[in-house]
Ligand binder design. Structure first.
Ligand code: 13P
Length: 297
C-alpha cells in the first residue's frame, strides 16, 4: 500500500464515521510500534514525528531531515494506508523543509500568531504543500496548558466557529485543529471538552476536524466527537508513558551480567527498546479500536 495523502485519510474517516489516529513517534522503534499496531488492526494510520518536544537547534541542524529519512522508507513499505506527518513545526521554514525531505503532511504550531500572520502564513504553506502533493493541517484558537497538578486555561481561547470558517476559506487548508477545552500533555485526568462548541464549529466549517490532546480526551466522548466532525485524534503523552514504564520495569530486574549486544539495538525480543515498542503498540491498538478505525484499512 503506497503512502497516501493525509487528506485522503481524514476524508475517508469523515465519510466512514470513524477517526484516524496520529500516534506521535520519536524514533524508529516508536514509529514501528505504530505501523505494526495499525497492521494488526487492519487500520489506516498517520505516522509521524512532532517538533514540540524536540530541541529547536537539533531540528534546524538536520533533525527534520533525519526524521524524514527514518519515516519515509517505513511509510513506503506499510501494508496499510498511511501518511507521514511533521507535526507542530515551529515555523513555516521548518514545515517547508519537512515537505522537501519527504513528509507528505505538515502542521505548524501557529497558536501564538496573529490572525493576519496565520492567514498569510498558512495560505503560503498550502500553496507550497499542494504543489508538492502534501497536505496541511492548521489550528485556530489556543489550547489550555497542562501544569503541575492540573490545567491552566488563562491563555486558552476556544476556536470561534465563524472565524474558523473564514480561515479555512482564505487559506485552503485540508483539516483544522480545534480548541474546545481539549488539553495537550496532560498526564492524569480528563479534559473538560465542550462538545456543543465542537458541533457549532463543524456546522460552519464542514472540513475534517482534528483533536489534539488525545491522551486526556474522555473516552466516552469519542463517539459524539466523531459525529461532530473529528476525523483525526492526535496522541502523544500516553504512548511515551507506556514505552517508558515497560523499559523501566525491565531495567529494574536486569542482572548485572546482562549482554549489552542483546539488549541494546539487537531488535530481538530481549532488546530493551523492543520491549518499550511492544507496550506502545498495545496502547496504539486500544486507541485505534476506540476511534473505530479497525478493519478500515
Ligand atoms: P497528548 O500528548 O496530550 O496526547 O497530545 C498529543 C498531541 O496533541 C500532539 O499533537
Amino acid at each position: 500500500m503506497p503512502l497516501v495523502t493525509m487528506t485522503e485519510l481524514v476524508s475517508g474517516a469523515q465519510a466512514g464515521g470513524y477517526a484516524v489516529g496520529y500516534f506521535e513517534a520519536w524514533d524508529n522503534y516508536s514509529l514501528e510500534a505504530v505501523m505494526e499496531a495499525a497492521e494488526m488492526e487492519g487500520a489506516p494510520v498517520i505516522l509521524g514525528f512532532g517538533c514540540m518536544m524536540a530541541e529547536e537547534e537539533w531540528l534546524d541542524r538536520g533533525g527534520i531531515e533525519v526524521l524524514a529519512g527514518m519515516g519515509l522508507p517505513l511509510a513506503q513499505r506499510a501494508r496499510m494506508p498511511v501518511a507521514l506527518l511533521l507535526n507542530e513545526a515551529h515555523s513555516l521554514d521548518q514545515a517547508k523543509r519537512g515537505i522537501d525531505a519527504g513528509f507528505n503532511a505538515v502542521m505548524v504550531d501557529s497558536s501564538a500568531w496573529s490572525w493576519e500572520q496565520a492567514v498569510a502564513g498558512m495560505g503560503e504553506l498550502v500553496q507550497y504543500a499542494h504543489a508538492r502533493g502534501a497536505s496541511v493541517e492548521a489550528e485556530l484558537g489556543r489550547l489550555p496548558d497542562a501544569v503541575e497538578g492540573g490545567i491552566d486555561d488563562s491563555a486558552a481561547a476556544l476556536t470561534d466557529p465563524a472565524q474558523a470558517a473564514e480561515f479555512c476559506r482564505l487559506t485552503g487548508i485540508d483539516c483544522l485543529a480545534v480548541s474546545v477545552g481539549n488539553v495537550h500533555l496532560l498526564t492524569a485526568g480528563y479534559a473538560p471538552v465542550d462538545l456543543d462548541h465542537l458541533e457549532a464549529i463543524y456546522k460552519e466549517v464542514r472540513l475534517p476536524l482534528v483533536m489534539h490532546g488525545g491522551t486526556s480526551f474522555p473516552p466516552q466522548a469519542v463517539p459524539r466527537a466523531i459525529a461532530g466532525g473529528v476525523a483525526k485524534f492526535n496522541v502523544g503523552t500516553i504512548l511515551k508513558k507506556r514505552f517508558l514504564d515497560a523499559v523501566r520495569g525491565r531495567v529494574a530486574v536486569w542482572p548485572a551480567s546482562v549482554d549489552p549486544h542483546q539488549v541494546l539495538g539487537s531488535h530481538k525480543k530481549a532488546d530493551l527498546l523492543n520491549i518499550g515498542k511492544q507496550a506502545m503498540a498495545a496502547e496504539v491498538r486500544r486507541l485505534i479500536q476506540l476511534y473505530g478505525g479497525s478493519g478500515k484499512g
